[in-house]
Design a protein around this ligand. Structure first.
Ligand SMILES: NC(=O)c1ccc[n+]([C@@H]2O[C@H](COP(=O)([O-])OP(=O)(O)OC[C@H]3O[C@@H](n4cnc5c(N)ncnc54)[C@H](OP(=O)(O)O)[C@@H]3O)[C@@H](O)[C@H]2O)c1
Length: 267
């Protein structure tokens, strides 16, 4: 019997490409969207209704799959949203909404799926974080924080569930050409102290995503991780300089690393 995979956020971008890729490889893939009827029905995988901020919908999806398939072997905790803005000005309610999806939503998915994985004494959870979660990026403070929180949560819970035969890890993408930039919450560019630099950074950020790598690279590394006997805690995928920036942060003094980031973002 082929393994059953649940991928959140499978209507677009990395989740959609990964769902198509893994289905073609023979996996039994269930994807999710907040609004499946908005999209043409995928031919190779199922698309179920799930909103990470709605526990009832999460329960419905997990119970539905467990009833049909008896188990969920792999969870790809992918759904997420972007948010930009100067830390001083970004609306706190928008920040909470971002954490509700990017952090608490992914945590609830783990909490809801772990009991069945423990019962099977087997399971793999891949939390899609971001290279932005390894460092605080200017004008993306909330996004960096939500993904950074997910990185650390993963490190903790991974140790707790290892003895049940379950592996939890993160996969951090750099910039990939998806719909994330057009869908993210942008704090309005206001008149005031951050106007010029935030506007400039926003244009740069959008350009980086549009010029980003092919989402197929993410699908391929997910496939590789699934087929690795003992996957590591953290994986990164993206342009060389983005992955290298994580290495640089580890070895350079903080003040030099900060100078490099500020030069890169021209702020
Ligand atoms: N693209 C990049 O450059 C990049 C870089 C680093 C990390 N990432 C991460 O990769 C993941 C996928 O992003 P993407 O680039 O593929 O973006 P995308 O094209 O905008 O896709 C995001 C997916 O998440 C779903 N989603 C959003 N909010 C949701 C919610 N509250 N509940 C359930 N589903 C929700 C969307 O589905 P519906 O709208 O249909 O519900 C959509 O399928 C995210 O976690 C993102 O932070 C992306």
């Amino acid at each position: 019997m082929s393994e059953t995979i649940l991928i959140t956020g499978a209507s677009s971008g990395l989740g959609k490409t990964t769902s198509e890729f893994l289905s073609k490889k023979g996996y039994n893939v269930y994807g999710t969207s907040r609004n499946p009827s908005k999209y043409s029905i995928p031919t190779s995988y199922k698309l179920l209704k799930l909103d990470l901020t709605d526990i009832k919908l999460i329960d419905n999806v997990i119970n539905f799959i467990l009833e049909k398939e008896k188990k969920i072997d792999i969870l790809i905790n992918n759904a997420g949203v972007g948010i930009t803005g100067p830390g001083e000005e970004t609306d706190i309610e928008e920040m909470k909404k971002n954490f509700d999806t990017n952090f608490f939503g992914q945590v609830i998915m783990m909490q809801k799926i772990l009991p069945s994985m423990r019962k099977n004494k087997k399971g793999l959870i891949i939390n899609i974080s971001s290279i932005a979660g390894y460092m605080g990026l200017p004008y993306r403070s909330c996004y960096s924080a939500s993904k950074g929180a997910l990185q650390l949560f993963t490190e903790s819970i991974r140790m707790e569930v290892k003895r049940f035969g379950i592996n939890i890890l993160t996969l951090a993408p750099g910039d990939f050409a998806t719909n994330i930039a057009s869908r993210r919450y942008h704090s309005p560019v206001k008149e005031g102290p951050y106007n010029y630099l935030y506007r400039k950074s926003l244009n740069e950020m959008n350009r980086h995503v549009d010029d980003g790598n092919n989402p197929l690279e993410v699908a391929k590394i997910v496939y590789k991780i699934i087929n690795t006997r003992n996957p590591k805690v953290h994986y990164k995928i993206g342009a060389f300089f983005q992955k290298f920036s994580i290495f640089l942060k580890k070895i350079l003094p903080d003040f030099i690393y900060e100078k490099i980031l500020m030069n890169f973002y021209k702020i």
